[in-house]
Design a binder for this molecule. Sequence first.
Ligand code: FNR
Length: 190
Amino acid sequence: MNPSTNKPNLLGFSGSLRSGSLSTRVLHTLPSVSADKADITIFNIAGIPLYNQDTEDAGLPDSVQKFKDAISASDGLVIVTPEYNYGISGVLKNALDWASRPGYDSPLKDKPVLMIATSPAITGGVRAIQQLRQTLSATLSKVVAVPEIVIGQVDKKIENGALTDETSLKYIKSGIDALVAEIRLKKIMK
Ligand code: FNR
């Protein structure tokens, strides 16, 4: 929580590595959309290697340590994912696998999370959201129950690199409100 503004510090990351990613464009729209509610830092998971327990046992790669530290330092997460073969991308699952260690006692434990899925298809990544929820349930993070944000036909809702569709923006704002409420509840219950 930023003591001067009383706004939570959120960490956002995208499950797509490609430069033209629609998910990443949605992610980069979040800081301005949420500016009055939260401060959002964006983390790029591109440098995270494939999970290998031998590597973990030998000492965390720098990129993984930075990722875990950034999660620990945040009050909550916003994950924007594309849908690959009815699930989340491999790179996102891999990053979450690294972050999930040690099991049931990782930086993801008790962390409030807002999930957003995007797709050029009308289904908007709804199956990816389901898989993401299942994966996060194993980490004991606190996933915002409602709304589950899916943005279908996302390619038609982005102009000049930013999400401009009013309905999607409203949807995201309600998601940020729910995430901030979860964070504030967590602080009260502590
Ligand atoms: C896809 N795409 C896709 N879309 C979808 O709605 N459901 C799916 O199951 C899949 N499966 C899938 C698998 C693979 C390997 C690729 C590369 C793509 C299409 C996908 O939504 C589209 O390429 C998005 O633009 C990818 O997200 P980013 O990179 O734009 O964020």
